[in-house]
Design a protein around this ligand. Sequence first.
Ligand code: PLP
Length: 379
Amino acid sequence: MNAQLEPFHAIAISKQAHALKAEGRSIIHMEFGQPSTGAPQAAIAKAHAVLDAEAMGYWESAPLKERLAQFYQERYGVQVDASQFILTCGASPALVLALSSMFSPSDRIAMARPGYVAYRNTLKALHMQPVEIACGAEVGFQLTAAALAAVEPAPQGVIIASPANPTGTLIQQDELKAIVAVCRERGIRIISDEIYHGLSYVEPAQTILAYEPQALVVSSFSKYFSMAGWRLGWLLAPPGHVERAQAYCGNLFLTAPSLSQHAGLAAFDALDELDGHIKVYRENRRLLLAALPGLGLTTVAPPDGAFYIYASIAHLTDDSLAFCKRLLQDTGIATAPGIDFDPVDGKHFIRFSFAVSTAEIEEAIRRLLPWFAAQPRKV
Ligand SMILES: Cc1ncc(COP(=O)(O)O)c(C=O)c1O
């Protein structure tokens, strides 16, 4: 039977936001997790030059894979070989490759709830079974070793994300090591989604490969590199699994866009520019966190990374989608409803993305304060 996938409700909010904008309303887009900055200048310049000079057929950039391997050494002190990288059209196909090449239909794959909507839906599309583990504010909405150890029977796999979407929270290094120990003991394969690495406000995130070389890592140029629409990412597979994953990639997706591969390599010459974006996010995060108590939003886990704040609105509503629609209609501020990330408790949460300009955050706070103050508490 075909898998039934739920829609991504933030897309409906975004559509409504664009319709309001077309009517002349002032809209602040905090619904999607994408940088409002473009690709780094060096990447754009490289793309212009390549467009005029190359035919651009199917291609896998050996220099980009070499540069990625060097990046893992520089950023994490972890040695991987360039041949372990499979270049993809973003982290999304990398996740499909990791899951489809490693697991079988009906396999059970654990993940935190709340979590990125596509984990659950990709698993369903591949006829695997999501095993969602409820993770509340008291554990930073993150998976713990104890929670994973308690899942019976042991799942075949687990997807971890640190920093995570929708919360931006990190799994602390000791906890990560404990998760690895549980996985080894129980024979659980790890997929680590490291797409928000590079966007940290506390300690930098460590790759799972520092603790578990057999894990599969998915990541992309969509967040830290500010190149979401260029559709470029990677699967980093353990040596014994590369050939199999490569065969899946060749058949399912062929190659990543050649233009983006050229531009992605050039982006490594622009790390200072990219680090400049983090300064903006850091200030946005500070402003928004400081404003939340004034909005009456007190149940939050401050984000360690990424560019999200996930806050409880349980005192105001049991319907986060209707709440986000009303918020947009009244204030022009687009947000994502918690039900996108958590089908059970998400009705009580809202996600703000602060990957916008600081001026937009300041304006958003100006609009949010009177609106939240006017909201009746639930009876
Ligand atoms: C946690 C997480 N993983 C993966 C993705 C997919 O990213 P992309 O396919 O653009 O690389 C996203 C997108 O927002 C995400 O938040």
